[in-house]
Ligand binder design. Structure first.
Ligand code: FES
Length: 125
């Protein structure tokens, strides 16, 4: 099992909202340094994370709200290679296990890509 989250210090909670495959939204309070994969798994969301967060698969693919995409440190070569293999790649796709929460990302929204349709930017509206 993955999904060991840290407990946010009082007053330092960060917020992340997941848009699930059925279009629902769930917001969680998380601590700085937790990554999107661990957060999703700790809350029972449908994110596989087959390689356990070692950047060797693409099953933790998320589509990031364009308002936050530029706040995330650039993907490294390994992540880019894996993203190339992700189903339904978009311009704001990232690997969830490589995105760590920081103050800059407080309020970030990420969508879980649906296998049955291509998610579009309008899904964030
Ligand atoms: Fe495999 Fe993120 S869990 S790359």
């Amino acid at each position: 099992m993955h999904g060991h989250l840290h407990k946010p210090k009082p007053g330092e909670e960060l917020h992340v909202t997941f848009i699930t495959k059925d279009g629902g939204q769930q917001t969680f309070e998380v601590a700085e340094g937790d990554n999107i994969l661990d957060i999703a798994q700790a809350h029972g969301l449908d994110m596989e994370g087959a390689c356990g967060g070692s950047c060797a698969c693409s099953t933790c693919h998320v589509i990031v709200d364009p308002d936050f995409y530029d706040e995330i440190p650039e993907p490294d070569d390994d992540e880019n290679d894996m993203l190339d293999l992700a189903f339904g790649l978009t311009e704001t796709s990232r690997l969830g296990c490589q995105v760590k929460m920081s103050k800059e990302l407080d309020g970030i929204r990420v969508a879980l890509p649906a296998m049955t349709r291509n998610l579009q930017l309008k899904d964030f509206n």
